[in-house]
Write a protein that binds this ligand. Sequence first.
Ligand code: ADP
Ligand code: MG
Length: 243
Amino acid sequence: MIEVKQLIKKFGDNTVLAGINFHVNQGEVVAIIGPSGSGKSTLLRCLNLLEKPQSGIITIGDVVLNAKHYSRQDEHHLRHQSAMVFQHYNLFKNKTALANITEALVVAQKWGKKEAHQEGLRLLEQVGLLAQANQYPITLSGGQQQRVAIARALAVKPKVLLFDEPTSALDPEKVHEVLQVIHKLANNNTTMVIVTHEMEFAKQVADRVIFMAEGHIVEEGSAIDVLERPKQPQTQRFLRQLS
Ligand code: ADP
Ligand code: MG
């Protein structure tokens, strides 16, 4: 579903992604872990061209993009293969939970109001927030806002969901409700790439774990292998210092 070849991203002289290669199969859940500053967010952001890589080839679904030369249309197509959930929700503050979800359907995808409304309610039900449909973000807890953000990402029916530390801005008691929603999506065969600090969650939900450091993939393998029997000293050190 995703294939990335020799992806290079620099900010000025700072090489943040030093030739990344990885793939994600359809229905697979891949967790990306690693120290702060290792390039995890940049990697996700390159997948939907929120950041422009200098070189490399990105394939998502049936869209192939060569970072060295691509058209506006290629860019547009690649963007529409994935949807991203950020650490800080990024909901529209002046729109209700429901309107946050239906916005993209009505504006970008030209759905009728009634169909979009119904689809929005279905998605809110899926994340357990039907009763909050008409509330504004400010009246929702962090966990609820993040669940709206997930429903909004699902609305455009992306082939891949990208999560960048979806629980790290939440109060500890709200983490579980968000992870539960992601877990449910995993059980429904949703293809997902999740940058996370939640090692227990990664162990439960990820088919594969990638450990990144300094713009490289240092180690990857099954969640159990990487998290419980890491081979590389860098991975061992990282995991030890977490516990
Ligand atoms: P992580 O998500 O693993 O913490 P990031 O991908 O956010 O790491 O950052 C990797 C490196 O890229 C860091 O050194 C960071 O300072 C740098 N970086 C990220 N975004 C930018 C940017 N917009 N401009 C300049 N440097 C950036
Ligand atoms: Mg990050």
